[in-house]
Write a protein that binds this ligand. Structure first.
Ligand code: C2E
Ligand code: MG
Ligand code: MG
Ligand code: MG
Length: 288
């Protein structure tokens, strides 16, 4: 696009924006072959029980090892995959890989099941929610891997469910009835009506990182404390568990534990990493 202001009609509007657009275009066209060539991989970040610090499971986070650009985070390519529809096969691949991985951890752990088998959390895009194959694909993957539905938690963002009608909620309800947990991701950013929560088939709220960030000082901002306290008490009265994301310091963990949050995730415990790392962390934890 040429800029007409300033008399220089042929000046490019923003060379950096053009470079970004080219990269975006390049990445978009490379996505399908990337899936075929196995350029995607998954890192796992532990989910830790706030009460006793034990590892209870992990969230699967997808990455793309691009041959020219190196490792790309999901924020770089998930929106593109959603735009082109590739998110459906990519999401299915992530789900199958992650459930297989959870199955492997379970076998490796053998007797060390004092805190129950490790659970696996997988993110779902709004496009996957509206795709008619979601329930059957999930059932097939659980069957192929021999995993119980209650080992799986699907994370859906709050914004994806705002104003959701019954058609959109139906597949999630079916999955929830089978025993799959549904978590409301990035909760607290979407301005959803709290009373609306009763209508959603969710069993876990994942409190957005912005709340965790405001717990940085000890004691934290009194208004933020009240807000989190209110969300936790509402969640618990609706029988929902509360997970907090983005815990980076011990002070944050302490505040959030005092406020009654159940599970935590963040760099304070571990960065996302390869599956062996999660296995080590969980095993150390289970054997003392
Ligand atoms: P999310 O589901 O909210 O995942 C948490 C994000 O916070 C991850 O970013 C994680 O690496 C990051 N994080 C974890 N602990 C900390 C911390 O202590 N401090 C800070 N600053 N950040 C932390 P990541 O891996 O870049 O993923 C970004 C988003 O991409 C995810 O947000 C999720 O919405 C999406 N995503 C990741 N994998 C998938 C996938 O397989 N499918 C879909 N549809 N979306 C995915
Ligand atoms: Mg998530
Ligand atoms: Mg999240
Ligand atoms: Mg988040």
């Amino acid at each position: 696009r040429a800029k007409s202001a300033g008399g220089n009609r042929f000046e490019l509007a923003d060379p950096e924006a053009d470079a970004r657009a080219i990269t975006r275009h390049g990445l978009t066209t490379a996505l399908p072959t990337a899936l075929e060539r196995g350029e995607f991989f998954i890192e796992y970040q532990p989910l830790v029980h706030l009460g006793d610090g034990s590892v209870r499971g992990a969230e699967a986070l997808v990455r793309w090892l691009h041959p020219q650009h190196g490792v790309l985070g999901p924020d770089r390519f998930i929106p593109l995959a959603e735009h082109t529809g590739l998110i459906v096969p990519l999401g299915r691949w992530v789900l199958e890989q992650s459930v297989r991985q959870a199955r492997e951890w379970r076998e490796l752990h053998g007797g060390a099941e004092a805190v129950g088998p490790l659970r696996i959390n997988v993110n779902l895009s709004p496009c996957q929610l509206t795709h008619p194959g979601l329930v059957q694909d999930t059932v097939d993957i659980l069957e192929r891997t021999g995993m119980a539905p209650d080992a799986l938690c699907l994370e859906v963002t709050e914004s994806a469910l705002i104003g959701a009608d019954d058609d959109l909620l139906k597949p999630l309800r079916r999955l929830a009835e089978m025993g799959v947990d549904i978590a409301l991701d990035d909760f607290g950013t979407g301005y959803s009506n709290l009373a609306n929560l009763r209508r959603l088939p969710v069993s876990i709220l994942k409190l957005d990182r912005s709340f965790t960030q405001s717990m940085q000082q000890f004691p934290a901002d009194p208004v933020d404390l009240k807000i989190v306290e209110g969300i936790v008490s509402l969640a618990h009265s609706l029988d929902l568990a509360v997970t907090v994301e983005g815990v980076e310091t011990g002070a944050q963990a302490d505040q959030l534990r005092i406020l009654g949050c159940d599970t935590a995730q963040g760099w304070y415990y571990a960065r996302p990493g390869p599956p062996e790392r999660l296995h080590e962390l969980a095993l150390v934890d289970a054997t003392g």
